[in-house]
Design a protein around this ligand. Structure first.
Ligand code: SAH
Length: 250
């Protein structure tokens, strides 16, 4: 059986209990070495075979899965949550063709890790109730209608993965799409790792901030007025508001 497991954003205690149990029981671990914290492998069985897939092609990963997937417990460890930029669909489709069973264990995504690092809430009442999770177009194309300048029109909270090395273009597109240059932004480097860093800036100074601080990878960019001080208090906890679990206090 193959278990796709979300490793969490970096800190080894941010994997789920289920993910940690699967790792401890694994006969084979295939981990995405560029971003998964190797400390997660410390509790593995002495006999466990470990592969760092940073150096492998899809075909090589599948060859290991094909050789071991029917008789062993195999963990395919992806950074954050595997459903975001995890390239798991192509692996799952191949496993379907090979008749090898698999399941998926979710993880804490880096975008949650970044919010925690910033001690921020992405969805503030009357500021933004939408989070756009996206990436800048680089060598991987982005479909028509999802260009940054189109998404920028919403003025919603935005989180950009895989874009820290492309911030000159990101900044241009966000400005062209309508975010005012003074819109707050933050670059979060290695959220939840011991060397985590957060840089507060504005949409107009994103590229410069990354350059000055030498950030070009393993970082998320967050954009929006959620980083400011103004918002309405939540209705959920407002004494004058009734809902399914609480009557209004008059
Ligand atoms: N599935 C992962 C994302 C994989 S794409 C998740 O849910 O988090 C890899 C990108 O994620 C990196 O280029 C970077 O933009 C971001 N990333 C991953 N871990 C990060 C971390 N600890 N801090 C900041 N960004 C991170």
């Amino acid at each position: 059986m193959i278990h796709f497991v979300g490793a969490g954003p970096g800190a080894p205690d941010l994997i789920t209990l289920r993910g940690a149990k699967l790792l401890a029981e694994a006969d084979v671990i295939l981990y995405a070495g560029s971003l998964v914290n190797p400390a997660l492998m410390e509790g593995k069985k002495a006999t466990c075979q470990v592969y760092n897939t940073a150096h492998m092609t899809l075909e090589e990963v599948l060859a290991v899965m094909e050789r071991t997937g029917n008789d062993c417990e195999v963990v395919r460890l992806h950074t954050g949550d595997p459903s975001l930029y995890g390239a798991i669909r192509e692996q799952m489709d191949a496993l379907d063709r090979l008749n090898i069973p698999y399941d998926v264990t979710p993880g804490v995504s880096a975008f949650s890790g970044a919010a925690a690092a910033l001690r921020a809430e992405y969805t503030l009442p009357e500021v933004s109730q939408t989070v756009i999770i996206t990436r800048a177009e680089g060598r991987t194309p982005v479909p028509e209608g999802e260009k940054l300048r189109d998404l920028a029109r919403h003025q919603a909270t935005m989180v950009l993965f895989l874009s820290a090395g492309l911030l000159t273009k990101v900044q241009e597109e966000l400005l062209a799409g309508g975010y005012p240059p003074d819109t707050p932004a933050a670059i979060v480097y290695k959220a939840t790792w011991p060397d985590e860093k957060a840089f507060y800036c504005t949409v107009g100074s994103l590229a410069e901030t990354a350059e000055i601080n030498d950030i070009s990878r393993t970082a998320l960019v967050t954009v929006g007025r959620f980083l400011e001080g103004d918002y309405a208090r939540s209705r959920l906890y407002d004494p004058s508001f009734s809902h399914g679990w609480r009557e209004a206090q008059l």
